[in-house]
Write a protein that binds this ligand. Structure first.
Ligand code: SF4
Length: 346
């Protein structure tokens, strides 16, 4: 095989989604406003590089709000928190800044609404994932987790005519539907969510990796092991035809043996992985003769989210009229320019 045969297919879109950009910008804005240390409950997003970079800037990551000094400010991560966590923070007199992705908040609101209507809610998701724990906490007496089709046999509901399914935002669409089909067989009256819970970023990254996996023998996914959407990209790549797919935090984790008899390598990154790590992987591949790089574009993305209300500077200078206040009640969809707050993690 000579160097002319070797090529790289680069997925687009890949890497940071709107929710991750907002979460990182939230931490940077809090550092600017309050100065270090700034406390963050759990990893702000599931990526080692992002977490280490923020730690160097003075961010302290804690497991529970109880570890934050009384009266300090704490940021809640993009994966969301249960209402009980807000209550605990209030008891400790903490200033809270909520960086929950608005698309996760949407699922929380659906859970609350269906619980109020007395539905049994079946949440398709992975046991122990922070987003799932937070969503379960929004309707604790009405919601049950379904972690794959094998779980369906154990699920019991009060009234099979009043049951709805929701899902974690970062699942594989195909695997989720397998679980939902099994649920529908057991509960034919199962109601579907009013709109997709698997978010646009997860869906677009899976669509792109499916396209490149059809041509690539090897797919390299850049992302951390606790990143659900990155793990799913590996699964989707294999299901879509790649001989092998590997998740790596950075180029340092690539094994040259993976390149044996490979002429086409697909490269993508999870929604919490910065582009600088993708560049490192492309440089590593170039050193092995994979210099011909083409981009496979499956979708265009333009969605952005504004910062949490607690950090918006315009809040201090604008006294909203009653009409304006009404409009501001649904802040998550307000657009925000990425340049509003500097981030050097991209
Ligand atoms: Fe939000 Fe989706 Fe990004 Fe998660 S992956 S932070 S739900 S946009």
């Amino acid at each position: 095989m000579n160097a002319l045969d070797k090529r790289v297919l680069l997925a687009a879109p890949r890497g940071f989604c709107a929710g991750v950009i907002r979460a990182i910008q939230t931490v940077e804005a809090a550092l600017e406003r309050y100065g270090p240390p700034v406390y963050v409950r759990h990893e702000i997003v599931h990526n080692k590089h992002v977490v280490r970079t923020l730690e160097k800037k003075g961010v302290v990551f804690v497991e529970e709000a109880a570890q934050v000094p009384e009266g300090a400010a704490v940021i809640f991560s993009a994966h969301g928190v249960a209402p009980a966590v807000h209550e605990e923070a209030a008891r400790q007199n903490l200033t809270t800044i909520d960086a929950t992705c608005p698309l996760v908040t949407k699922v929380h609101k659906e859970a609350v609404r269906f619980a109020q209507q007395d539905y049994d809610i079946l949440l398709v998701g992975h046991q122990g994932h922070e987003e799932v724990t937070a969503t379960l906490g929004h309707a604790p007496h009405r919601i049950q987790l379904v972690d794959g089709p094998a779980d369906v046999a154990h699920i019991e509901v009060r009234d099979p005519r009043k049951v709805v399914w929701l899902s974690q935002t970062t699942l594989s669409g195909d695997e989720t539907m397998e679980t939902v089909h099994a649920l529908k067989e057991k509960f034919p009256g199962l109601v579907s969510p009013p709109s997709d819970d698997i978010c646009y970023a997860t869906q677009n990254r899976q669509l792109a990796v499916k396209q490149l996996a059809a041509e690539a023998e090897l797919v390299i996914v850049i992302g951390s092991r606790n990143s659900s959407n990155s793990e799913r990209l590996v699964d989707v790549a294999v299901q879509a035809g790649a001989n092998a797919a590997h998740l790596v935090d950075s180029a340092d984790e690539i094994d040259e043996a993976w390149l044996q008899s490979v002429t086409t390598v697909g490269v993508t990154s999870g929604a919490s992985a910065p582009e600088i790590l993708v560049e490192g992987v492309l440089d590593w591949l170039a050193a092995w003769g994979f210099t011909d790089v083409s981009t496979i574009t499956a979708a265009k993305e333009s969605l952005t989210f504004s910062l949490p209300q607690e950090l918006r500077t315009d809040r201090r200078v604008q006294a909203p009229t009653p009409r304006a206040r009404t409009r501001r009640r649904s802040p998550p969809d307000e657009p925000c320019r990425l340049t509003d707050v500097h981030t050097d993690l991209r």
